[in-house]
Design a protein around this ligand. Structure first.
Ligand code: TXA
Ligand code: MG
Length: 357
């Protein structure tokens, strides 16, 4: 059930009933669809092991794959962090001051008694203070209960998609993913601004380790904490075990269609080879789609063509909805032009490489 988080009367305001209903559902141990600035999450009270187990079941996600816990922003996220984490290294403090609330997740050492199910049993916990006003309204309602209810410190929320599939960036995407769960409350906070999941930095290794690239780039992280980022590969070379992150599995973020990444020349060659034969081969609609920045010569009428924006932030914003839209058209193949080099494109490139694996 999709419920608008806003009322549109004179200007835009929160719908207090919708925020209240979401907070109430979370307190009662239910799941909700929660908008954040990155992607929509499937949320539950992070300290309620039964509710957290329901997230893993709904997603079909292995229960040892840890979830991100979202905390309220009114004190810079600090009280939420102290509830879940034991030690915050100074470089992690600097990252919180620079980027919270925002699309950055920090992995920190976990307090023994809290969030074990959300952390998938690991002794670390992933924490994020989201910027989306609707997410913050829910988180702050949970922290300031009105009727003597217990405080809820954080909301565990992985992306609201079935395991391995494309993350949702609208409330309608979430409803499509969990169509069988008719009474799932999905708060509609509009399309997500960022469009790809948060940057994840492991802060438990003595130095910051980049686990997942996102809208906040490696350079921005290094500039904010004045230290070089280490890659999981470098850690492994030092003989250290690297943390598991399902978002970093080789194949992830996959649409139903097969994704192939090519440079513009290879893409044009493939199109030339196809010629017009494809029109005869697919009378019922397009079976191939092209998503590219470079202008291409496409002679067939039955190839779906979408232009990839040349601004990496705009490309990230629309990436998952384009993949979903092409899936809805039932194309079999999506030929994607490789993003340009440079860290501003790392997040988009990472998702495309995994979608094509
Ligand atoms: O933008 C986002 O991060 C979105 C929104 C909803 O906040 N959430 C999201 O969650 O992408 P999810 O579960 O789809 O991806 C979380 C990633 C996974 O790859 C998980 O393995 C990793 O974070 N992660 C979470 N806690 C961790 C921990 N303690 N140690 C290592 N990796 C962790
Ligand atoms: Mg995910």
């Amino acid at each position: 059930m999709i419920v608008s988080a806003y009322v549109f009367a004179d200007g835009v305001e929160f719908a207090p009933d919708a925020i209240g209903a979401a907070a109430q559902a979370l307190r009662a141990g239910q799941l909700i669809g929660l908008p954040t600035e990155t992607v929509y999450g499937l949320g539950a009270d992070a300290d309620n092991a039964t509710a957290v187990a329901a997230i893993f079941a709904a997603k079909g996600r292995p229960s040892d794959h840890p979830l991100i816990v979202h905390v309220a922003s009114f004190d810079g996220g600090m009280s939420g962090v102290s509830h879940y984490a034991t030690r915050v290294p100074s470089f992690a403090q600097q990252l919180m001051s620079a980027f919270w609330p925002g699309p950055l997740t920090l992995i920190l050492p976990r307090r023994d008694a809290v969030g074990a199910a959300a952390a998938g049993g690991h002794n670390t916990i992933g924490l994020r203070c989201p910027e989306h006003p609707v997410a913050q309204a829910v988180l702050s309602a949970l922290r300031q209960p009105t009727n003597g209810e217990p405080v809820v410190w954080g909301v565990a929320a992985p992306s609201a998609n079935r395991f391995g599939r494309v993350s949702p960036t609208t409330a309608q995407h979430v409803a499509g993913e969990f169509a069988d769960q008719k009474d799932l409350l999905i708060l509609d906070g509009g399309p997500c601004d960022v469009g790809i999941e948060s940057t994840i930095i492991d802060c438990t290794r003595g130095a910051p380790v980049l686990l997942r690239p996102g809208a906040i780039t490696a350079e921005q992280v290094e500039a904010a904490c004045g230290r070089p980022l280490i890659s999981p590969e470098e850690l492994e070379a030092q003989g250290q075990q690297t943390p598991r992150a399902s978002g970093t599995l080789e194949s992830h973020y996959a649409p139903n269609a097969t994704v192939r990444l090519m440079d513009a020349r290879a893409l044009q060659q493939a199109l030339d080879m196809l010629g017009r034969d494809v029109d005869k081969a697919s009378p019922g609609g397009a079976s191939i789609a092209v998503y590219a920045r470079t202008p291409l010569k496409i002679s067939s009428r039955s190839i779906e063509h979408r232009c990839m924006p040349s601004d990496p932030a705009v490309a990230a914003h629309e990436l998952f909805s384009v993949l979903r839209e092409l899936d809805a058209l039932r194309v079999k193949l999506i030929w994607v032009e490789e993003p340009p080099v440079g860290s501003a494109w790392d997040g988009v490139r990472d998702r495309l490489v995994r979608a094509s694996a």
